[in-house]
Design a binder for this molecule. Sequence first.
Ligand SMILES: Nc1nc2c(ncn2[C@@H]2O[C@H](COP(=O)(O)OP(=O)(O)OP(=O)(O)O)[C@@H](O)[C@H]2O)c(=O)[nH]1
Ligand SMILES: Nc1ncnc2c1ncn2[C@@H]1O[C@H](COP(=O)(O)OP(=O)(O)O)[C@@H](O)[C@H]1O
Ligand SMILES: [Mg+2]
Length: 182
Amino acid sequence: MSMFCWTRPLQLTLALIKPDALAHPIIFEAVHKKILENNFLIVRSKELYWGSTDSQKFYCEHSGRFFYQRLVEFMSSGPMQAYILAHEDAVQLWRSLMGPTKVFRARLMAPGTVRGDLGLTDTRNTTHGSDSKESACREIAFFFPEFSLNYWYQEQEILYRTGPVYYDEESLEHHLVAERRK
Ligand SMILES: Nc1nc2c(ncn2[C@@H]2O[C@H](COP(=O)(O)OP(=O)(O)OP(=O)(O)O)[C@@H](O)[C@H]2O)c(=O)[nH]1
Ligand SMILES: Nc1ncnc2c1ncn2[C@@H]1O[C@H](COP(=O)(O)OP(=O)(O)O)[C@@H](O)[C@H]1O
Ligand SMILES: [Mg+2]
């Protein structure tokens, strides 16, 4: 059972472990461990595959950029792990743990970050994280259409914040002790 001492309301963000990492279980485990070590609560976790249409839709803001085609192909090249993560500063903390977008810069300027340590190239940079609260709402709905943000913030946030919660190795998620299947 995990006890956290949160002093402020929890914020949600959408995180991905990209196909380059899932192709190597050791890398996937290293990133997943980093999420747990930094006291994120894993509210949802699932493995999924994208088709190129999903990729194009999600990254439409980058269409026309020189790397767009390789990004679309890469992101639909294999399984990914998608998470809804909760923390007091979920968006900003996950962004800082990931490091700069471009791996070559991350290696030089941000060793110890996920992308600096584990990224392969600027496109194959191991992880994604929402870049704002607004992006997090949009991206959570994209990956978890059944998840109700309003319901979670109104009814569940206080329960996850005050706990107790436990980490379920099978689902790779944190659950409320009170809701543990009898
Ligand atoms: N501005 C600009 N940068 C480019 C272009 N092509 C590649 N780069 C950058 O040059 C670096 C290496 O690019 P590439 O060698 O094409 O990428 P890669 O190493 O094959 O890896 P991927 O990005 O996964 O394809 C990366 O930082 C890219 O962002 C381009 O046409 N314009
Ligand atoms: N200069 C680049 N060269 C190659 N791939 C890039 C480049 N810039 C961005 N990408 C790819 O597009 C994804 C989305 O870009 P962006 O939203 O700017 O970064 P971030 O993922 O850090 O929010 C990046 O994670 C990376 O996979
Ligand atoms: Mg982005």
